[in-house]
Design a protein around this ligand. Structure first.
Ligand SMILES: Cc1ncc(COP(=O)(O)O)c(C=O)c1O
Length: 394
């Protein structure tokens, strides 16, 4: 088996800098290997993974069951356009119908979060015949042109205006603001049930219920963006757990344990409004991605990882609060989707954690984000809290 020649950190950095667009703020290290809850850099240094590569690797790295299933599928059939039927796709669709809320069980499979949102927005326009969307301030829905229309942050939007979908952004968790913005021209209300990039802000159940009522009263659809929150808050979908049924659910990240996938779940009425050929993708629903999602969903259930996420998440919140660090303003979130709001900018804390072998993420400029693999055990929580205590000087 030929493996690519191993490169030094300096060579890796030089090549990435010279030959890719300078779009990402880079974090000095090159991650080259993963095992369970740990990642390894090109110099052989081990890190506790508290971010699962932006929320995707829920089963951690090189999970034996995942590796065996994907290897088997690679040796069987990896590609397969949706104009042909496929056994793995059919098995995944049947499984998805069991976790989707009643009546929202028609799936469109794609390849990323932004694509799942793009599809939801197109479906909403085709179904309602309306153009506008109402989204939340600080909301993040992706960077393709449609998804970017719903994304709030001016720094992402500005260079690309005018954006194709007219969008109004209203305060999150504020029903009066939502009510005032939604009208007879609104195709959809699009919300993250737990705002991720903003710094992990869960919507209240009352807000989600109210959003459902407002959308229905005005003839608009409700789109739940569970791309980041999906699967890691103790159940497949936060909004469903809150007792609310949206018209569309978009998810991606965790669904196939990091294998690229996007999923848009829709009602029968939406499915009927989408005639043959109205949307499509070459790679979406390929057998390899479907097998990856199937084995991930199976493992999450069989290994009891939803309940474990809920239990470990509650414990992490309690133990961070227990550190009594003067730097901490608030810890919030649910399951293994947690935000740590500091009274200062996050960069020194993130750097300190990385130097001590823990990888976490920024969300806003003052909030750290933890999106660990859901295979974390007590040992990993203890390790996080010990290192966090040192870095926060608690
Ligand atoms: C809530 C939410 N929506 C959409 C997206 C876009 O997903 P992707 O980066 O896979 O296009 C993200 C990505 O972070 C997200 O967190």
């Amino acid at each position: 088996m030929t493996a690519p020649a191993s490169l030094s950190l300096t060579e890796i950095q030089r090549i990435e800098h010279d030959h890719s667009l300078p779009l990402y703020a880079k974090r000095e290290i090159a991650l080259v290997r993963g095992e369970g809850a740990y990642l390894y850099d090109s110099e052989g240094r081990r890190y506790l993974d508290a971010m699962s590569n932006y929320g995707v690797a829920v089963l951690g790295h090189a999970d034996p069951e995942f590796v065996a299933a994907l290897s088997d599928q690679l040796a069987t059939l990896s590609t397969g356009h949706q104009s042909f039927y496929n056994d793995q796709r059919a098995a995944l669709l049947a499984k998805l119908a069991t976790i989707a809320p009643e009546g929202v069980q028609r799936a469109f499979l794609s390849n990323s979060g932004a694509e799942a949102i793009e599809a939801a927005l197109k479906f909403a326009r085709a179904t309602t015949g309306r153009l506008k969307v109402v989204a939340a301030k600080r909301g993040y829905h992706g960077r393709t042109m449609g998804a970017l229309s719903a994304t709030a942050d001016v720094k992402y939007r500005k260079p690309f205006e005018p954006l194709p979908i007219p969008a109004t952004h209203v305060s999150f968790n504020d029903l009066d603001a939502l009510e005032a913005a939604v009208d007879e021209e609104t195709a959809a209300v699009i919300l993250e049930p737990v705002q991720g990039e903003a710094g992990i802000y869960p919507a209240s159940p009352e807000y989600l219920k109210g959003a459902r009522e407002i959308a229905t009263a005005k003839g608009a659809l409700l789109i739940a963006d569970e791309i980041q929150s999906g699967f890691r808050t103790g159940s497949p979908f936060f909004i469903v757990e809150a007792g609310v049924t949206p018209d569309l659910i978009a998810t991606a990240k965790a669904l196939a344990n990091g294998f690229p996938i996007g999923l848009t779940l829709a009602t029968d009425a939406i499915a009927e409004a989408m005639p043959g050929g109205a949307h499509g993708t070459t790679f979406g629903g390929n057998p390899l991605a479907c097998r990856a999602a199937l084995v991930t969903l199976h493992a999450l259930e069989q290994r009891g990882l939803y309940a474990r996420a809920e239990m470990l998440g509650a414990q992490i919140i309690e133990r961070i609060e227990g550190l009594n660090s003067p730097k901490v303003r608030q810890v919030r979130g649910k399951g293994l989707m947690l935000g740590l709001e500091l009274k200062e900018r996050v960069t020194p804390t993130l750097r300190g954690l990385q130097e001590k072998g823990v990888l976490a993420l920024p969300a806003s400029s003052t909030a750290l984000r933890f999106l660990p693999p859901m295979i974390w055990e007590q040992e990993q929580v203890d390790e996080l809290i010990a290192v966090l205590g040192e870095v926060l000087g608690a």
